[in-house]
Design a protein around this ligand. Structure first.
Ligand code: ADP
Length: 622
């Protein structure tokens, strides 16, 4: 029989296929196994509708190192000569899609062809230089053999095969840069099946060599046994009542290579616009590369038990990037044999649904196991906050109740809890922001707010204050930074007394401002500084912490907040300042710099010239 040519577009596709579409050669095995599984599905269905008992379905892998052949055999529905011709002879024709109907869209570019037709079988040619398919269709007497060496074309002849089903035989390419013979190695094959096809519903078997102790127990001997390589039922498809917590945990640890048990497990079978099952995990520790570009976000995506994508990023919004797990849906439209997803609608739908599901699970977790939730939040809370910050805060309504902040009350509180336990007469939500809880707690302004009986949220993530600014308020209560210059927590009497003092110190404050020049916007008295001689607050929208975050970004080095230097009139340093102003103006100027630099230090800003600062301290100590 003469060699038949592939159709023109098929040739182009075959070339594309071999050279560029699949980046990962090893997926060829997944493709053949998936086809075998589909064929068994059809056989299974047929035998059910025929009323015949279904046979023992099986996909058998055989590797022959001497002949360099890898064989995948199934006892599925098989293909007739016509089907071999149509399904394998024309690449741009998938047995599962209707060519004519799809073509009616008028698109004819290679991309659209790739998009429309399954060409998974042809991935064989990435590793084999000759492919033989022997198949016998269910209900027919004759079997047929399809042979091809790739781009040259193919040949179909009659052949021998006892039962219906299909045998695909790959003659592997010669070893070179790539060691194709690896695909004949028992352990490689076991690994590939486990990795890509573990959840195929039918047993994938192979003869494997196993070592066992000899009869006398002194040596070991090898024996050949037929082993089933896949576990068949995905853990996420098993009934929850049948799966133990440990099973989920070890599945997670094995699959996602984590030494720690997951902190939270979410499993669900969703039936709706798109049906899918998911099994998700919140890790107990952030992976070491979590905050780097190297970290691969995304969930494993399965279509009816077949792994089609290792890290499907589209399934999770960035801010839930810490979630690991699998999603399995039988509703996905796939193109080019499962490597790329063509139809986005279902994916988008699943992603939307998953986001909602995860957020509601987190909310439940917060009330059900507060301690575990707080631990989780210290690890991943920052990413959630970034989610709130993105898109000018569109997600704030969904996220704000998931935030917990450590507060001066000595525990984590949600904003709602903070408001519920607000003191009578308190109208604002006080917060302070900096890099460390302890440093924040001892800030003079924080101490002053606490002294009034108010609790302060201590925020230590860079993104915190930006999110707070976007939130603006919660349940009608405004957020107020304890470090802002118009804190306004004094009583009327205190205000009066302060004003009188400030009037008396007007000259001194002006002179200090002059001495400090553009470093400060204002110098004023404050009676909230406790044991400190001076403190620093910021005027306007840009807080000290926000300015720090922004100025750490390249190109922003010059950004700084408008500093207000606060002077404590009850501190001995104040008296010294008054004295120096009258007696030694130059030394007064140096004292102003000392007080300013000290105030900077309390908020974590280092002096520009530390040596000068040390000199100053010594001058005043001495
Ligand atoms: P897809 O599986 O995406 O449709 P493939 O190129 O992998 O595309 O396969 C083309 C067609 O060949 C399949 O749709 C199926 O009809 C047929 N086929 C492939 N392998 C087998 C098999 N083992 N048994 C029966 N039919 C098969």
């Amino acid at each position: 029989m003469a060699l038949k040519q592939f159709k023109a577009e098929s040739k182009r596709l075959l070339d594309l296929m071999i050279n560029s579409i699949y980046t990962n050669k090893e997926i060829f095995l997944r493709e053949i196994i998936s086809n075998a599984s589909d064929a068994i599905d059809k056989m299974h269905f047929t035998s059910l509708t025929d009323g015949k008992a279904s046979k023992d379905f099986e996909i058998r892998i055989e590797a022959d190192k001497d002949a360099r052949t890898l064989i995948v055999k199934d006892n599925g529905i098989g293909m007739s000569a016509d089907e071999l011709e149509n399904n394998l002879g024309t690449i741009a024709k998938s047995g599962t899609l209707d060519f004519k109907q799809e073509n009616a869209t008028g698109e004819s570019s290679a991309e659209s062809l790739i998009g429309q037709f399954g060409v998974g079988f042809y991935s064989c040619f990435m590793v084999a230089d000759e492919v033989t398919v022997i198949s016998k269709k269910y209900g027919e007497d004759v079997a047929h053999k399809w042979t091809s060496k790739g781009e040259d074309g193919y040949e179909i002849t009659e052949a021998e095969r006892e039962d219906c089903g299909t045998t695909v035989c790959l003659k592997l390419k010669e070893d070179g840069d790539i060691k194709y013979s690896d695909y004949l190695d028992q352990y490689t094959l076991m690994r590939l099946v486990k990795h890509y096809s573990d959840y195929i519903r039918y047993p994938i078997t192979m003869q494997v060599e196993q070592s066992k102790p000899s009869a006398d127990g002194k040596t070991t001997e090898t024996e050949s046994v037929i082993e089933t390589l896949n576990s068949m039922t995905p853990i996420w498809k098993r009934r929850k009542s049948e799966v133990k917590q440990e099973d989920y945990e070890s599945f997670y640890m094995e699959k996602f290579m984590d030494f720690n048990k997951p902190a939270k497990i979410i499993s669900a079978n969703i039936e709706g616009a798109v049906n899918y099952s998911c099994l998700l995990f919140v890790p107990s520790e952030a992976p070491f590369d979590f905050y780097t570009k190297a970290f691969k976000r995304g969930l494993q995506l399965y279509s009816s038990g077949v792994l089609i994508m290792e890290n499907c990023e589209r399934l999770l919004p960035d801010y839930l990037g810490f979630v690991r797990g699998v999603v399995d849906s039988s509703d996905l439209s796939l193109n080019i044999s499962r490597e790329m997803l063509q139809e986005d609608k279902q994916l988008t739908e699943i992603a939307k649904n998953l986001e909602k599901k995860i957020l509601s699970e987190l909310a439940k977790w917060l009330t059900a196991d507060r301690e575990a939730y707080e631990k989780f939040f210290t690890k991943f809370g920052m990413t959630l906050k970034f989610g709130a910050y993105e898109g000018y805060g569109v997600k704030i309504p969904k996220l704000k109740d998931l935030f917990v902040y450590y507060s001066t009350s000595g525990k984590f509180v949600t904003i709602k809890e903070y408001i519920t336990s607000m003191k009578e007469g308190q109208t604002e939500i006080y917060y302070a922001s900096g890099s460390d809880v302890n440093a924040l707690r001892s800030l003079p302004q924080v101490t002053a707010v606490c002294a009034k009986g108010f609790d302060v949220l201590l925020m230590t993530d860079n993104v915190d204050e930006f999110v707070v600014k976007l939130m603006g308020e919660y349940d009608g209560k405004k957020f107020k930074s304890a470090q802002s210059e118009n804190l306004d927590i004094e009583s009327e009497e205190e205000k009066q007394a302060n004003k009188a003092k400030a009037d008396g110190a007007r000259d001194l404050l002006n002179e200090m401002k002059t001495a400090l020049g553009t470093n400060v916007t204002e110098v004023r008295l404050s009676n909230m500084l406790g044991e400190y001689p001076s403190g620093l607050s910021a005027k306007g929208e840009l807080s000290i912490e926000m300015a720090k975050v922004l100025s750490a970004m390249p190109g922003n080095e010059k950004i700084r907040a408008q500093y207000v230097l606060e002077i404590n009139p009850t501190h001995p340093m104040f008296e010294l300042a008054e004295k120096l102003l009258a007696e030694d103006k130059a030394k007064f100027g140096r004292l102003a710099v000392l007080l300013y630099t000290e105030a900077m230090l309390t908020v974590g800003i280092n002096p520009e010239n530390p040596a000068e600062f040390v000199k100053l301290i010594n001058e005043f100590i001495g």
